[in-house]
Design a protein around this ligand. Structure first.
Ligand code: URA
Length: 196
């Protein structure tokens, strides 16, 4: 654990928890800031909190989160030790609707600051909303998931959102291929780092 990063992240969390920059703050029970290891080299970015996340104040703790945790575990990743997870918007959109562009825009500064603290090497965007905001607006998630992009020296991979996999289980094998690809990418980078 990195003490300095933890301190900066805790300060940022406190600021974020007081945020009232957009209308989403009105319906929230909790700000869902983010969770994970501040030493993580891999950051996962989702869309926004759902009902369970809003209640518990932690990302991906509902049904989609349970599936996500299972897929992560299968490739030796988990939110306690080696990844960090956050969302594009930190407050739950009413009725789980898509966060609107202006809500995304007013919230993105928190993510930028999380990013600046973590300095991840690999960013995984879960679903169309996160991939369009972070990677490229013209992403088509069913076509482009698993593709590697490079932006400002950071490797970025769009993946299918676990909630979409729950709705459409036939997409699970393809989604799991992406997790295996991510695992191999991490392995190669660790090997290269050990040899330099
Ligand atoms: N879906 C998301 O995109 N993020 C969460 O935190 C939960 C569900």
């Amino acid at each position: 654990m990195s003490g300095e990063k933890d301190t900066r992240m805790a300060m940022l969390r406190r600021e974020c928890e007081a945020c009232r920059k957009c209308g989403l703050c009105q319906g929230r029970h909790n700000v869902v800031f983010g969770t994970g290891s501040t030493d993580a080299k891999v950051m996962f970015i989702g869309e926004g909190p759902g009902e369970q996340e809003d209640i518990k104040g932690e990302p991906f703790v509902g049904k989609a989160g349970i599936l996500l945790d299972k897929m992560l575990k299968a490739v030796d990743l988990d939110r306690k030790t080696n990844i960090y997870i956050a969302n594009i918007v930190k407050c739950r959109p009413p009725m789980n609707r898509d966060p609107q562009p202006e809500e995304q825009e007013s919230c993105i500064e928190w993510l930028r600051q999380q990013f600046a603290i973590l300095r991840p090497e690999i960013v995984v965007c879960l679903g169309r909303i996160a991939a369009a905001k972070i990677i490229t607006p013209d992403i088509r998630i069913t076509r482009d998931h698993g593709t590697l992009y490079r932006k400002s020296g950071i490797i970025m991979m769009p993946m299918l959102h676990p909630a979409a996999l729950l709705r459409n289980p036939s997409q699970k094998p393809g989604a799991f291929e992406d997790f295996l690809k991510l695992q191999e990418l991490i392995r190669q980078r660790e090997e290269n780092a050990a040899n330099t």
